[in-house]
Structures are given as C-alpha cells and as structure tokens.
Ligand binder design. Structure first.
Ligand SMILES: C[S@@+](CC[C@H](N)C(=O)[O-])C[C@H]1O[C@@H](n2cnc3c(N)ncnc32)[C@H](O)[C@@H]1O
Length: 371
C-alpha cells in the first residue's frame, strides 16, 4: 500500500472514532501522525501537506510564508533548517534557487513531497547539520541564509542560545547576510545579533518575528510590524516620544489592538498615527480608546462603550444581559469557572439581540456594542 493510500485509510479509521492505538498498530506512528495533520491542514495550508504532528505547530503559516518569500526575489537562498519546507517552498516561488537543508532526513523527505505538491522545482534538498562545514561549501553561491530554528517546547524566558541551530553560530560560520525566524516572545535585549525586527500578526494575533541583516531588510526602520493577511505596516519612528498617551477611563470608542503592535513596542506610533490613547496593555490584549471613531488596520475589533467600568466581569455580564445583548464576546481574562458561569447565563442558543462585547482587565469591565 502506498503512503497516500495508508494515510487515507488511517483518516477513515480516525473519523470512525477508532482509538489511536488501533490506527498505530495497523499503520504505525508515522502514518498516524501524517493522518492527524491531514485532518487539520486547512488551518494553515491550502494543500494537503505531509507533516508530522510535532512539525505542524511550528510550521510557517502559508500566508506568512508567501509574504516573507518575496525577500528572495531573484536571489539564491539557503534555508538552513527547512523542516517540512513551507518557507523554502515560498522562497522558491520568487527565488532563482533555494537550498533546503535539514538535519533530520525525515523532514527532508516530507519537504520534497511538499515541494512537489506546490510545484516548486528550483529547490535543492540537503540532509545535514547547518553547523557543518560541508553544508557551508555546498551552499557557497547563496546570496543570504535563512533559519527558522527549532525551539524548546516551553521556556520561562525565550533565549537565542537554546535555539537549534543557534543563530549566533550561523552568523559566525556563514559570512553572508542572514534572516532568522525568532520566537516573538523573545525580548529585544536578548537579541544580540545586529538586525532589523519585523513582527508579523495573522488576524490580529502575533505569529512571527523575523530578524533581517540590515543589508537585506525590506525596510529601513529598526522595527516594524505587519498585519496579515491585509499587509498593513507600521514602522518605528525615532522622532516620536516613546511615552504614549494613556487614558484612565474609556471614551466613546474602544479598540482591541493588533498584538503585533504591542510586541513591536509601537504603541507610540499607533497613538500618534490614529489619534487614540491607550487604555490597557498586555501580551494578550491591548485596548485603545478615542472620543471620535477612528479607523485603523491595526484595530482588530471596534466597539462603542455602552456602560462601565464595572469592578467584576460578573457584574458587567449581568448588565450586558439586561441591555439585550445575546451572547457577548469576552475580551477580558476569564477563568474556566467563569466561562461556565457565562455559558450558564447566556446559553448557547443564538438569541436575537445586540452584538455585544465585554472589554476588560483587572477591576475594569465595560459593556460594549461591537461595530
Ligand atoms: C521550526 S522547524 C522549521 C520549520 C520550517 N521553517 C517551516 O516553514 O515549516 C526547525 C527545523 O530545524 C531543524 N534543525 C535543528 N537543528 C538543526 C541543525 N543543526 N541543522 C539543520 N537543521 C536543524 C529541525 O530538524 C527542524 O526540522
């Protein structure tokens, strides 16, 4: 039985509710993992890619890979830790040639199959350690090197040194311009390599941090953020005071801000450009506010304040219900027990009512209409 036939048969078993152990006994771990990814590949890709479950979490989203691929236009690129090949495939759409290197032969096998799926023909695949001189000599004609290194599953504080291959070593070994994919949570102080930072969000959520050597960076700013899929850009302006205006209470309009703006520390630029004040900041949620309605591609949600602030989420929810809001979206920290309370209050049935939201942070909860 060929690999595709096995994957299809495994998918049928999973869909019928058969246990993991039964699927693994029949087809083995590898086919089980490929089948599991096939069941959800559309979350990230247009085509039914070959990828193990462990690779799926960190694989570059197709929208991001396509956007970043443009930097390779008419160049020769070496992706030194290509994984299942998504970024390499989208470099190849623009590049003259791509070298796709990975230490794991299984990844190179999948990357080859994925390249066929996406009809990318100008990729040379190489199994090997990016830190090895053999690889350096094989990619000698590359104009720049790229690496999206493996990272530990979880870490209290993201660091460059725990990445594999370590970016600082790549800079040391390869005497070429570089481009790295780094964990967006890493603090700017930890990035000891000279470069320009690009924070990318997808549908308002932080997705990637790219570090470009200045000579290949697509922009002149030290830092900028890009909101995909629209592609809106906000760049750091050194002439703007880093202290941004803060509001102690919400005005008429409240905005949920794109996470990339927060990660890139570009709230001063956002406030200045769109004439808003910041209400509250955080990795998960940042809110801005204004008296008159403002529009920005970096506002993920625009709301009109109806009432508040209330001290607790429960109080805000009670008011929301009496205001005729059917089932509010909650943009506030919510514990699992609170979640069930909300479900109990509002149920799951779709009742006709005002499209509402609760916007909140510690001790401040507003009942809003979503507009
Ligand atoms: C996060 S994945 C890359 C994902 C890929 N960019 C994508 O778009 O799907 C990281 C890859 O780095 C590879 N890797 C780790 N250390 C390496 C090394 N020293 N040399 C080459 N590849 C390495 C791992 O095998 C893994 O496949």
């Amino acid at each position: 039985m060929g690999l595709d036939t096995q994957i299809s048969a495994a998918i049928r078993m999973i869909r019928k509710g058969r246990k993991k152990i039964e699927v693994v006994e029949r087809f083995g771990d590898e086919v089980y993992e490929l089948a599991m990814v096939r069941l959800k590949y559309k979350e990230k890709f247009k085509r039914p890619i070959y990828m193990p479950l462990s690779g799926f979490r960190y694989a570059t989203h197709e929208v991001v890979a396509r956007y970043r691929g443009r930097v390779a236009r008419e160049r020769v690129v070496a992706d030194l830790s290509c994984g299942c090949g998504m970024q390499a495939i989208f470099f190849a759409k623009y590049a003259e040639k791509v070298y796709a290197v990975d230490i794991d032969p299984r990844m190179i096998r999948y990357a080859r199959m994925n390249a066929r799926l996406y009809n990318a023909k100008n990729i040379e695949f190489i199994v090997g350690d990016a830190l090895d001189n053999r690889i350096k000599s094989m990619i000698y004609d590359a104009d720049f090197v790229f690496s999206d290194p493996s990272r530990p599953e979880s870490e209290r504080r993201r660091r460059l040194s725990t990445l594999s291959p370590p970016p600082a070593k790549i800079v040391e070994i390869y005497d070429k311009p570089y481009m790295f994919d780094l964990p967006p949570q890493i603090s700017a102080k930890e990035i000891t390599i000279n470069g320009r930072r690009e924070y990318i969000s997808l549908h308002g959520k932080i997705n990637r941090l790219t570090l470009y050597a200045p000579d290949i960076a697509p922009r002149n700013n030290d830092v900028w953020c890009v909101s995909l899929p629209r592609g809106a850009v906000l760049g750091k302006n050194d002439r703007i005071d880093r202290d941004y205006p803060r509001a102690s209470e919400a005005y008429e309009y409240i905005y949920l801000v794109d996470q990339a703006v927060y990660y890139a520390s570009l709230l001063p630029e956002l406030c200045k450009k769109y004439c808003v004040e910041v209400l509250s900041t955080g990795k998960r949620r940042t809110f801005a506010t204004s008296e008159k309605r403002k529009n920005s591609p970096f506002f993920v949600r625009v709301c009109r304040r109806l009432s508040g602030p209330y001290k607790t989420l429960e109080e805000a929810l009670r008011v929301a219900k009496s205001t005729g809001i059917s089932s509010p979206t909650i943009h506030a920290p919510i514990s699992p027990s609170e979640y069930w309370k909300v479900r109990g209050m509002f149920g799951t049935a779709k009742i006709k009512g005002l499209k509402g939201a609760i916007i909140g942070w510690k001790d401040n909860y507003y009942v809003c209409e979503v507009i």
